[in-house]
Design a protein around this ligand. Structure first.
Ligand SMILES: Cc1cc2nc3c(=O)[nH]c(=O)nc-3n(C[C@H](O)[C@H](O)[C@H](O)COP(=O)(O)OP(=O)(O)OC[C@H]3O[C@@H](n4cnc5c(N)ncnc54)[C@H](O)[C@@H]3O)c2cc1C
Length: 339
């Protein structure tokens, strides 16, 4: 079976690897190259303690087992299993997480200025370098025979006999039995789904090693240590990247001792693919058999479980019950384009 995957972010890379692993002839196409979209600016938190809206809830329990499987199976998939702290703890129980009193928060984050009033601890969470891991998944897919076409924009989906039959590119057509659109904020050119581009900012802040030990999430920012040293913070972007960078550094300095003089040394804006109801959109696109959509927020967390389920559906033809709440049909006005 020939499968074209459009988009070499972490979601498309995970799908390409999973489909190649099941014996499909995979071609992974990207207008730019690996991790050129949101993935390249991502904070990289494998987070199971946050919100899992809509159909994402059914995927939560499989997130960590699938990342652990890929870590064991794919060279270059390296994860820092530090756990996460959400401070202060949100109201209500969160599966798999524990409410910690201030003294236990201080033991996990000794440089935190004010560990009261406690935090939500998810010991299973981790973080990764999304660019490196996307590259590793693509290398692994290539090792299984997948082809890659980078710097090649997909102009439209080819239709033959009422089915998706491949994609058209400036270099000519690429034929396929199935087309998986994992193009993030670029989905509009491939099918009509309500996906907004939601800006967020990734900020690198110099700091001594061990200053922040978990993935730490507080109102308005998230921060963690990079594998190579220094800190990474993620913040929203209502005020432009430069101000967002300074805001992130101030927020980290207000929360942690030892960062008072920290200035951002790199600021990267990413456009997060954000479905209208914030839940993943994964499944056959209504109106065009053979065209399949996979677009979501929290794509770093979800990529391995979604990749595996998409390959099960597209290559093996076996519907995945866990994806039942993620289907594109929930948007009444979902019409295909590019015919
Ligand atoms: C600052 C920030 C922090 C984040 N933090 C986290 C986090 O901690 N945890 C988490 O789980 N998620 C996080 N996210 C969200 C996460 O990064 C995204 O959900 C994920 O990267 C989406 O991956 P993707 O592969 O679907 O899309 P993208 O990475 O956007 O990839 C889409 C690809 O499709 C290609 N493309 C588009 N149109 C076409 C076309 N017509 N032809 C060919 N190629 C095309 C693009 O070039 C791009 O490479 C964060 C995002 C940002 C910006």
């Amino acid at each position: 079976m020939r499968v074209v995957v459009v988009g070499a972010g972490i979601v498309g890379a995970a799908i390409a690897f999973a489909a190649a692993r099941r014996g499909a002839e995979v071609t992974l196409v990207d207008a730019v190259g690996p991790a050129a979209g949101a993935t390249g600016a991502s904070f990289g938190w494998i987070g199971t303690s946050g919100k899992f809206p809509g159909g994402a809830a059914a995927l939560r329990d499989d997130v960590l087992p699938h990342w652990r499987r890929l870590e064991a199976e794919v060279p270059g998939v390296e994860i820092r299993w530090t756990g996460s702290l959400t401070w202060p703890a949100p109201d209500g129980p969160v599966p798999g997480a524990q409410l910690l009193a201030a003294d236990r928060v201080a033991a996990l984050e000794p440089n935190l200025r004010d560990p009261s009033p406690g935090a939500l601890h998810h010991p299973g969470d981790g973080a990764l370098d999304p660019v490196a891991v996307t590259g590793a998944l693509i290398d692994a897919a290539r090792g299984l025979g997948a082809r890659t076409r980078f710097g090649v924009p997909v102009e439209r989906v080819l239709v033959r006999g009422g089915r998706a039959a491949g994609v058209e590119t400036p270099d000519g057509p690429i034929g396929a039995d199935a087309v998986v659109a994992a193009a993030g904020t670029g989905m509009a050119g491939l099918c009509d789904l309500p996906v907004a581009a939601s800006p967020a900012v990734l900020v690198r802040i110099p700091a001594q090693r061990g200053l922040v030990r978990t993935v730490f999430a507080a109102p308005g920012f998230e921060v963690r240590e990079r594998a190579g040293g220094g800190l990474l913070a993620a913040v929203g972007c209502p005020d432009g990247p430069e101000e967002a960078g300074h805001r992130a550094a101030r927020a980290v300095a207000a929360a942690f001792r030892g960062t008072a003089d920290a200035r951002p040394d790199a600021v990267h804006v990413g456009l997060r693919p954000m479905p209208a109801d914030r839940a993943p959109i994964v499944g056959p696109v209504p109106g065009l058999p053979g065209l399949y959509a996979a677009v979501m927020h929290s794509g770093v967390t979800l990529a391995p479980v979604v990749g595996d389920l998409v390959a099960t559906e597209v290559v093996d033809g076996v519907p995945a019950a866990a994806l039942a709440g993620c289907r594109p049909e929930r948007y009444a006005a979902c019409d295909t384009q590019g015919t």
